[in-house]
Design a protein around this ligand. Structure first.
Ligand code: KG4
Ligand code: ZN
Length: 346
């Protein structure tokens, strides 16, 4: 079965082709340059760039896979969560293709797709597995059980881990994407040079909090003033910040591995591309006698291969969606056709 995946939930336009579990193409057009000057993703500009990019990214994917549109059997598209106006572009494109080609359509939840990415990379990944899902918009600790039912054990109470990387990178005036820039700068730095907090959420051992760390980082940079221009100080600061995030995340993972009955550990989402985080999680898993299955970089950050994989899984389990299915920005882990989740009051 040849599955076309389309992803436009934020600032990456991606199209993938997946056939019998093999990724034939997974093309990504970054919009980094479009948003760089604004210090964050501008939804309207993101939507316009998706409109411009989708046709040629689709052509590239088909060419790379050596396939034509008429060979596609199923169309999977991200329908939430994400930026509503950006989601609409991918969903409209997917509906048009489904209608034009007379092929079934499946609407995919972006977070569920991040959770499916490690299963695409490691078809033998056993369940129940503990998944640390860390991206620019989300940080959660999730138990993926048999049949892919999920239980969210913990989540961030404020900022996402990736958001924190991006804000600290901006404060350091680092060019390019925040996470990779910090990781590069931190190499060889002293992770103990700066005392930075590792906040805990009282009474919730699996929940994260990053806003205290972010604020402390921004204050420390202010206090340092021009001294932050010193290359060694910059390196040490980046290393200390990265170590604080890695420790905050891995502490919760260790806690969960000790108390939950799991067969494996995985990490997914953009921040999962972080080398020191992967290394620490591997150590923790080994210490608990549990295998660790990292997600390859190309499937960590936003990509359409994971959308195609999750779409195929859903199609096989529940069949296609109606063409009326809508893009829905704030759905948490729910399926787009179930609409917005009602948040329970804490
Ligand atoms: O999953 P993703 O591509 O988009 C969302 O769904 O949010 O994640 C993007 C996030 C960004 O915050 C980026 O800085 C972070 O992933 N990221 C990293 C690394 N590569 C990407 N963070 C730390 N280290 C990295 N190597
Ligand atoms: Zn994502």
């Amino acid at each position: 079965m040849l599955v076309l995946g389309i992803e436009t939930s934020c600032d990456d336009t991606s199209v993938a082709l997946l056939e019998d579990g093999a990724v034939l193409a997974n093309e990504v057009a970054s919009q980094f340059k479009v948003h760089e000057a604004y210090g964050g993703v501008v939804p309207e500009l993101a939507a316009r760039a998706h409109l411009e990019n989708l046709p040629w990214v689709l052509d590239n994917a088909l060419e790379k896979a050596g396939k034509t549109l008429s060979q596609i059997d199923l169309i999977a598209v991200t329908a939430g969560p994400g930026l509503q106006i950006a989601l609409l572009v991918g969903v409209a494109e997917a509906k048009g293709l489904a209608l034009g080609l007379g092929k079934p359509l499946v609407a995919v939840n972006h977070l569920r797709a991040h959770l499916e990415a490690p299963f695409l990379a490691h078809p033998k990944l056993p369940t129940p597995t503990l998944a640390l899902l860390v991206s620019g918009g989300h940080s959660s600790l999730v138990l993926v059980e048999v049949g892919r039912s999920i239980r969210e054990l913990g989540r961030t109470r404020d900022d996402a881990a990736g958001e924190c990387f991006d804000k600290v990178a901006r404060a350091l005036n680092l060019p390019g994407a925040g996470g990779p820039a910090i990781q590069n700068l931190a190499e060889g730095g002293d992770p103990k040079a700066f005392a930075l907090p590792r906040p805990r959420v009282k009474g919730s051992p699996y929940d994260f909090s990053f806003s205290g760390l972010k604020t402390k980082c921004l204050r420390t940079l202010e206090d340092l003033g021009e001294r932050i221009e010193d290359p060694k100080t910059r390196q040490d600061f980046a290393a200390s910040f990265q170590a604080a995030v890695v420790e905050s995340l891995s502490k919760r993972v260790l806690e969960a591995l000790k108390h939950e009955d799991v067969e494996a550990l995985t990490v997914t989402g953009g921040v999962a591309a972080n080398g020191p985080l992967q290394a620490r999680l591997e150590e923790i898993a080994t210490s608990q006698g549990i295998p660790f299955f990292p997600t390859p970089r190309s499937l960590c950050t936003d990509n359409a291969a994971m959308i195609a994989a999750e779409g195929l899984r859903l199609f096989q389990a529940e069949g296609p969606d109606a063409l009326e299915v809508q893009a829905s920005a704030g759905i948490g882990f729910r399926h787009p056709r179930q609409g917005r989740a009602l948040r329970a009051k804490p």
